[in-house]
Design a protein around this ligand. Sequence first.
Ligand code: PAF
Length: 287
Amino acid sequence: MEVIHSIADLRSRIKDYRRKNDQSVGFVPTMGYLHEGHASLLRKARAQSGLVVLSIFVNPLQFGPGEDFERYPRNTERDLQLAEAAGVDLVFMPSVSEMYPSPTRTTVSVTGLTSRLCGASRPGHFDGVATVVSKLFHIVQPDQAFFGLKDAQQVAVIEQMVQDLNLGIEIVPCPILREADGLAMSSRNVYLSEEERKEALVLSQSLQKAKAFVESHTAFTPQELESLVSQHIATSSLAIIDYVEVLAYPTLEPFKNSHHTHSIIIALAVKFGKTRLIDNLILQVGK
Ligand code: PAF
């Protein structure tokens, strides 16, 4: 495994690989502080690709004022151990000045899909994500890129961007990995106090309740599911709901009732103290 800091070096390694091999290049973009969820993406990339490239870059563009860019958790040594164990070939770890040598005047903005959920709560966030991911895609030029479905809106946005800009990259969505008690794995879980960590279980529990409701009802409205989920989350005195929304997936359009869509997402963002957690469940419904 090789760790590379410059765009020029990474490009030349990948070009060299492509010259000598006809196997695919798989790419896993991350912001580091890797956990088992990232490891599952890397293992999938390892199984499907000849060359596995991991990027670790905490992207300032996707953090709003007052968000956690400065304190975002970092642990390079542990990240590199996990990457090595997962069979990564190249780790790209650019500095902020390598990625953004001068103030960037070009923004990639995916409209529509970004007006709800995290797009509404975090203005500019998805412009930052789409811009950095498109830069990384241009640098790495992968055949496949692997993304976790915990950020299901991000997956929808990236898929739309790839389609609209004819990037010719296969986006591989990968299932959410959960701790044994159900909490979705996230680099931000480390911020939680012991009490918040316990209370945060209401998130996965509320999604399981919604799943059971969907499975036992032939028809339902999004509002019914939203109130069921919100009510369960409200049983935690520490939880402050940012949003609970049920939409069609991957269009992220509202729908009237379960007869009007095939696939739905129950998406939520909830704050425990200063920590904002997201989670979701994607379900097939109807006939
Ligand atoms: O999902 C993330 O970790 C980030 O949003 C990504 C895709 C690496 C872009 O910075």
